[in-house]
Design a protein around this ligand. Structure first.
Ligand code: IPE
Ligand code: IPE
Ligand code: MG
Length: 244
């Protein structure tokens, strides 16, 4: 970048005030492709490429959990050809990136009803999770066939079959039964491509998350955008309903 913008000194990220858990809605692949006169699926390919540096940078910074929305329960409504490409890209991503992510200390997990994904995707996920199960630097949660309403229903139904009779469901119990059970709620939610909506993502867990929306389309979202989101987060005053 030329001109005064490039010379402006940016506030450094405060390493003692990092969000523990960052959640990202990776949106805008289709628009990125359309702007270039390309097929939407090429936007998805670029979107997958954009993910790796973000994961590595989040781990390097010391983020404990990174949850990325990769495929929603509603995304099945897209043309089957697009869905097939997304599933193949997932398999490709896992095959090519799992070894390096493992070396970076990243543990791969999923949230969402992955039992409904194609068999090849399920097999790759099982392999990637197993390969990285002992890594402790950062958890990378891939949200796949994920919808928050679906997650809450599955949690309630499972609780219902497992809980002793006459017990009442508590906030703590429901939190444990969600796919994110045991993980802290996201401190920061990032959405790319300028859309101001949550699109059925982590409805329960986002209760007190700080929200950062950027116009950048996901394939253009780079580590500097991640830094900017974290810097912005560090200017927020979180009150959690109190007077703080
Ligand atoms: C996000 O990009 C990726 C998925 C939802 C799988 P989109 O495909 O939603 O891109 P836009 O919103 O059409 O630009
Ligand atoms: C949300 O994006 C889902 C993912 C990023 C995987 P969408 O593009 O599906 O959301 P809407 O349809 O614009 O709300
Ligand atoms: Mg979209």
């Amino acid at each position: 970048m030329q001109g005064p913008e490039s010379n402006r000194v940016k506030t450094p990220i405060q390493m003692n005030d990092l969000p523990k858990h960052i959640a990202i809605i990776m949106d805008g692949n289709g628009r990125w492709a359309r702007q270039r006169g390309l097929d939407r699926t090429l936007g998805h390919r670029e979107g997958v490429k954009a993910l790796k540096p973000i994961v590595k940078e989040a781990a390097r910074l010391g983020i404990e959990v990174l949850t990325v929305y990769a495929f929603s329960t509603e995304n099945w409504r897209r043309p089957s050809r697009e869905v097939d490409v997304l599933m193949s890209l997932l398999v490709e991503f896992l095959a090519s990136e799992t070894p390096e992510l493992k070396d970076e200390g990243v543990q791969i997990r999923t949230i969402g009803d992955i039992g409904r994904l194609p068999a090849a995707a399920q097999q790759s996920l099982a392999w990637a999770k197993d390969e990285t199960r002992d890594q402790t630097r950062m958890i990378l949660n891939l949200a796949l066939n994920y919808g928050s309403r679906n997650e809450i229903l599955r949690a309630v139904n499972r609780w219902h079959t497992e809980a002793p009779e006459d017990t009442e469901l508590t906030e703590e119990a429901l939190s444990c039964y969600l796919d994110t059970g045991g993980l802290p709620d996201p401190d920061l939610l990032i959405r790319s491509s300028g859309e101001f909506r949550v699109s059925n993502f982590l409805l329960w867990q986002l209760a007190y998350s700080e929200i950062y929306i950027t116009e950048a389309l996901w394939p253009d979202f780079g580590t500097e955008d991640l830094h900017e989101a974290i810097r912005d987060y560090q200017t927020r005053h979180r009150r959690f309903g109190g007077l703080g």
